[in-house]
Design a protein around this ligand. Sequence first.
Ligand code: SF4
Length: 246
Amino acid sequence: MDAKLAAAGSLAARMAIIAGAVDGRIAFSSSLGIEDQAILDAIAGTDRSNAEFDVFTLQTGRLFPETEETLARSEERYGLPIRAVKPDAKEVLELLSQDGIFGFRHSLENRKRCCEIRKVHPLNKSLAGAAAWITGIRREQSGNRSNMPFAEWDEGHELIKINPLADWSADELDAYIADHDVPVNPLHDQGFPSIGCQPCTRAVQPGEDPRAGRWWWENEDKKECGLHVSSITQTQPQDQKEPQPA
Ligand code: SF4
């Protein structure tokens, strides 16, 4: 699938390949950021009669109001339900009693624990049993992502992880959004290229790394929330329609 996605000329063509190749539930965890909005638009325009797309968002409880509004506008525009996946209430209560409401700023360990409870655990639950997972990762977003393939076997989640925007530049993304009149989070126009939880995201200056506004108090090489950290191999499971990844 990796080679087919790489050769496809448009996002619509890539989404059609995914819909036709994946046998089973295709999970799409949307952050409501600009990349994921382009993917949502492409899913909405894809023939889904023989494909099982499962669109959801991680409702961490700390999102910007603008992100919630983007979710509502997107559901209205595309008529696609976007499931709100919430963290375990008991885990959140224990976290708050142990670390406090802004405990994630006190240490890297605290921050990772908060991301684990509010994002990683709910994501893992939602990915369990899925055949594929679509993400909005682009290689130019950060050095950690510069080698992302279009499709790879994710050993940790036991599914194919698919990055249909892997080779897109920011200009290509902006052009798609404009051409398709895709609803986007208004924070993007206020200097937020990457939007996560409200207390952990700030605007960036022109020329700054797009992810510089995420957990800005931490070292650059620690800036992942754990959603895209897992064991990856090039082995394809036998129950996919594609015989082998390229
Ligand atoms: S981004 Fe911040 S508030 Fe959101 S889950 Fe991670 S540490 Fe917690």
